[in-house]
Design a protein around this ligand. Structure first.
Ligand code: ATP
Ligand code: MG
Ligand code: MG
Length: 549
């Protein structure tokens, strides 16, 4: 597998190996199973796995499942599937909840060292007492409890004697620290909730800031890579590792999280879109989730290239979502078979073509990859063309069909529009054309030239299909007004479904097969809504964009 291009984290690792600070590398990808993975997670996955891989190290998949209220086995399973689909194999699979006993023992150690105490203040009071950036915090009246008292209360917390919120365990560090994270952070709280892994065994749960460094240390992680918002927590991370007397000393390194235009990238917001019915599940093709991107038709190769190209920086950034589109186009260009599909059909009768006759024409599967061979497509007296490939009163420089004009049918013949058939409301419902047998594609006809080439599908054998056309889910080029949330930016036109026709050889297309439909773009066979008698295609990307790398 290709490796990370140079980045500052890689440089730290190289340095650690050269100076002998480390003799091996262990990284981890530590998702909380409280939602599906998104493209931001992909960046973290790729960074962690490729870094360890480059230095013959290991990467673990660890479920950071210390909050029973939001976590679920459904998420655990989807995360495993997504990591594998992205092309990575973890060395070990861990659940943070398997360390609850050990974490409890480390908390007891802190109590015994006089470095943790049980506090009876309410959550609100604790927040108040914590102070601000400019004002020091105030010590809790319970801060001076004795070790015996703290041991007794913490044991009773574990035994379920108290209600949620009644008591917490706090690290005793420094209420005057300029770093607010060090002002006696909460390290355990009470939650009478069933955990997806440990069931009802526990009613106290460690807080992230306490649990995460312990998890890393227990697993012998050397480089614990996380996103920038944890930078201020690094001193606490180190304090926990040190004071809990962990043998292994992981190093936390922060990098800028990935943000993209025209989407939201937080599990909380994505869950809201799902729960409130804005989308058809976590794997809706408009979602930036890995499962949504997969269903839309993005490839793991394109996602990996994208993540490598955006690089790893110490600052947060917003990446143009068209950049991801660019890489999927690049990836599919040589892989996807070409085909023709009509999204909005207009019937054309070729009046001088013999009735009842069908001929089979040869067409390249991918002209850029001749080895992919040829396909056969039927041609007859009745075909469908795209409604917008015809105009009754065209503007100047319109080279497609209009009365009296001649165009080339891709892979077939020149046809000329002779007559327009309308319904009683004046809508064009059919065209009558003639064809010129001399102009057959592949015969080298040079007698005359036409300026327009259009695509088509033979009508009697055409297979009906649904095409789902997508626009960005979130319209973020406009400032939100006061009181508005991201839900006010949801694009009402993000999905449009049209019923069209495809070539008969496409009947066999299977879920997740990808095609380039001539002039329309790349499409993926939807794995969820495609049935034996009903093919559904998701637009992955159109063919062209103004995006330049
Ligand atoms: P969210 O805010 O979407 O819930 P999270 O950070 O809470 O994300 P976790 O499950 O804790 O989600 O994430 C697992 C790993 O993925 C963490 O190491 C986290 O830093 C990383 N990660 C999450 N979002 C991004 C992102 N947008 N860019 C890069 N890395 C990310
Ligand atoms: Mg998290
Ligand atoms: Mg989160």
């Amino acid at each position: 597998m290709e490796h990370n291009s140079s980045n500052f984290i890689r440089n730290i690792v190289i340095d650690d190996l050269e100076t002998g600070k480390r003799d091996h590398v262990i990284t981890r990808f530590p998702p909380e199973p409280n939602g599906y993975l998104h493209i931001g997670h992909a960046k973290s996955i790729i960074l962690n796995f490729e870094l360890a891989d480059e230095f013959k190290g290991k990467t673990n998949l660890r479920f950071d499942d210390t909050n029973p209220l939001k976590e679920d086995i459904e998420y655990v399973n989807s995360i495993k599937e997504d990591v594998k689909w992205l092309g990575f194999e973890w060395d070990d699979l861990f659940f943070a909840s398997d360390y609850f006993e050990e974490m409890y023992n480390r908390a007891v150690l802190l109590i015994q060292k006089g470095l943790a105490y049980v506090d009876d203040l309410s959550a609100e009071e604790i927040r108040e007492y914590r102070g601000t950036l400019t004002a020091p915090g105030k010590e809790s009246p319970y801060r001076s409890r004795t070790v015996e008292e703290n041991m007794d209360l913490f044991t009773r917390m574990r035994d379920g004697e108290f209600k949620d919120g009644e008591k917490v365990l706090r690290a005793k560090i420094d209420m005057a620290s300029p770093n607010i994270n060090l002002r006696d952070p909460i390290i355990y709280r009470i939650a009478h909730a069933t955990h997806h892994n440990t069931g009802d065994k526990w009613c106290i749960y460690p807080m992230y800031a306490f649990a995460h460094p312990l998890e890393d240390a227990i697993e012998g992680v050397t480089h614990s890579i996380c996103t920038l918002e944890f930078e201020d927590q690094r001193p606490l991370y180190n304090w926990v590792v040190e004071q809990c007397e962990m043998e292994s000393k992981p190093q936390q390194i922060e990098f800028g999280r990935l943000n993209m235009t025209n989407t939201v990238m937080s599990k909380r917001k994505l869950k809201q879109l799902v729960d409130e019915g804005f989308v058809d599940g976590w794997d809706d093709p408009r979602m930036p989730t890995i499962s949504g991107l997969r269903r839309r038709g993005y490839t793991p190769e394109a996602i990996r290239t994208f993540c490598r190209e955006i690089g790893v920086a110490k600052a947060n950034s917003v990446v143009d979502s068209q950049m991801l589109d660019h890489f999927v186009r690049e990836d599919l260009k040589l892989k996807a078979p070409r085909t023709m599909g009509i999204l909005r059909p207009l019937k054309v009768i070729i009046t001088n073509y013999p009735e009842g006759q069908v001929e089979w024409l040869d067409a390249e599967i991918n002209p850029e990859v001749p080895e992919m061979g040829m396909r056969q497509i039927p041609f007859s007296r009745e075909i469908y063309i795209e409604q917008d490939d015809f105009m009754e009163n065209p503007p100047a420089k319109y080279f497609r069909l209009f009365p009296g004009n001649e165009v080339r049918l891709k892979h077939a013949y020149f046809i000329k529009c002779e007559e327009v058939v309308k319904d009683e409301n004046g809508n064009v419902i059919e065209l009558r054309c003639t064809y010129d047998p001399e102009t057959k594609s592949g015969t080298g006809f040079t007698g005359r030239k036409v300026k327009g080439t259009i695509h088509w599908v033979e009508a009697t054998q055409a297979v009906p299909a649904e095409f789902r056309l997508y626009e960005p889910l979130i319209l973020d080029d406009q400032e939100k007004e006061e009181g508005q949330t991201f839900l006010d930016q949801v694009n009402p036109n993000s999905l449009q479904a049209v019923q069209g026709f495809i070539e008969p050889n496409m009947k066999e297309a299977k879920a997740q097969d990808k095609f380039q439909f001539f002039r329309h773009g790349y499409f993926n066979v939807d794995p969820k809504h495609t049935a034996a008698d009903r093919l559904v295609f998701n637009l992955i990307v159109s063919l062209k964009s103004s995006f330049k790398l």
